[in-house]
Design a protein around this ligand. Sequence first.
Ligand code: TYD
Length: 229
Amino acid sequence: MHGTLHNRHSGFFITFEGGEGAGKSTQITRLAGKLRAEGHDVVVTREPGGSPGAEAVRHVLLSGAAEPFGPKMEAVLFAAARSDHVEQVIRPAVERGVIVLCDRFLDSSRVYQGVTGELDPEFMRALEDVTVNGMVPDMTLILDIDPELGLQRAGVRRGEGIADRFEKETLEIHQRRRAAYLAIAAAEPERCVVIDASGSPQEVETAIETAVFAALDAQGIAVAQAVGD
Ligand code: TYD
């Protein structure tokens, strides 16, 4: 284990957030490649899922099987999956000094369940406290895109496939989610960086790299420190 670069751990935990078709998975793959090329130890993961227990719950959520039981039920299931993922995968990796890149995390619950699911903010905060259990991201990249463009892109990516439970919702709901993400970014500027995801994949990649390398430098996470664990 490395010396105390942060007060709670030695790795770095980055989450990617945004609406459908913002290009999160493409960008995570690219950033992971870049970080590894620079000698960093990287773990790529996603939610819902990322650990065997959470992957089991993922299917229940994305198939829509929990939808009839209401947003509160879905919020608790997302939380159950997150708790397992945090304790089985994210925390151990960060404590080993790894850079963890996670496709969606707590802000997805705040936005999808809290805001557009219209759940009580007190309930959402309590759930978040117990599931995240201190593992708040060091950095959150919010890939911001007009939902009309995002859904168009998600449709292209899916091809003839079937839209999942969350992609099927109305444009108005997707617009509320975009606004909710931007409100989180405005409220927590020390953690969140808004990335314009409407550009080409190369433009988005450059914006992300600039933000991430600046944050790693600011934390004193040099290449050599991440190698050889
Ligand atoms: P996924 O197929 O991983 O889609 P995406 O490429 O959009 O990330 O599906 C995840 C879906 O689950 C997505 O529509 C957002 C939703 N979700 C929530 O509603 N709450 C959550 O806490 C998380 C993690 C995801």
